[in-house]
Design a protein around this ligand. Structure first.
Ligand code: FE2
Ligand code: FE2
Length: 264
């Protein structure tokens, strides 16, 4: 990676550490008596699912720390990024616990398949070929920005002021993460990728799109879809956002493959 890019990455890392100091102790609660029981139930369940998705990013990042073990400046950047995701996961769960008195103890079948079986396997592949991990994180970050943006509007409609505050902060973090990943795209050796690598990436993207899918046919996410509808989100819009985020990642990686070849 060129020194100019390392400088940019280090600047983002400093920003991330600064944000941690300000937000680590965030501990706010909303009053929800004005919401119906169904609406409260939908919010607590939906936010718990979002917290779980935040933790799946942590698994990927753990693999990337391994994958970039010979590039300390990238590793150090990922440590700060990982701290952000850990905080998102913790704050969302803590908000749900303090506002709704709810904490999910039991893993569902879908959690077992996705987070306990599939993700560790994907992570293993990403540790060996970090290019996959960067691309998948890029998907989560860009889908996350759209999701949080739509979710924030519904939280505002329901007068959940502290949730809006939390989402605002997470959104800012996710946008910064996107900026970091775009720098890292150039350090991920896509110039050495073959057409087969791109096909493998497409199947990994199909899996993560399925994981966040809100369509009527996505039976594993039926409850999540119901909760999204109840809080006023549009499942079709969310599913389309996931498909277009994946298509955009595919295009970006293809561009990086070509760009790298032009330089060699
Ligand atoms: Fe996050
Ligand atoms: Fe993120």
């Amino acid at each position: 990676m060129r020194s100019q890019e390392i400088t940019k990455l280090q600047k983002l890392e400093r920003l991330q550490k600064g944000v941690q100091d300000v937000w680590n102790n965030w501990d706010e609660v909303d009053s929800v008596e004005h919401l119906s029981q169904e609406r409260q139930r939908a919010w607590k369940k939906l936010l718990t699912s979002v917290a779980a998705t935040e933790s799946s990013e942590l698994v990927l990042m753990g693999a990337l720390l391994d994958g970039f073990k010979h590039q300390p400046e990238i590793q150090s950047y990922f440590v700060s990024h990982q701290m952000d995701e850990r905080r998102h996961h913790r704050h969302l769960n803590q908000y749900v616990l303090k506002t709704f008195g709810y904490f999910k103890r039991k893993s569902t079948l879908s959690d077992k398949v996705v987070y306990e079986t599939l993700f560790p396997k994907i992570a293993h592949l990403c540790a060996k070929s970090p290019g996959y991990g960067i691309a998948l994180l890029l998907f989560f970050e860009s889908f996350g920005v759209t999701f949080y943006h739509l979710c924030r509007a519904q939280a505002e409609n329901d007068h959940l002021e502290k949730l809006v505050q939390l989402i605002d902060q997470i959104e800012k973090d996710e946008k910064r993460h996107l900026a970091g990943l775009k720098i890292l795209l150039q350090a991920s050796m896509y110039s050495e990728w073959t057409a087969l690598d791109l096909v493998t990436l497409d199947s990994l993207l199909a899996m993560v799109v399925l994981d966040v899918n809100f369509s009527w046919w996505a039976i594993h996410n039926r409850a999540v879809r119901r909760n999204a509808l109840e809080v006023g989100l549009n499942p079709t819009e969310l599913s389309q956002a996931a498909f277009s985020a994946a298509a955009q990642v595919h295009r970006q990686i293809k561009t990086e493959m070509r760009r790298g070849r032009l330089w060699h």
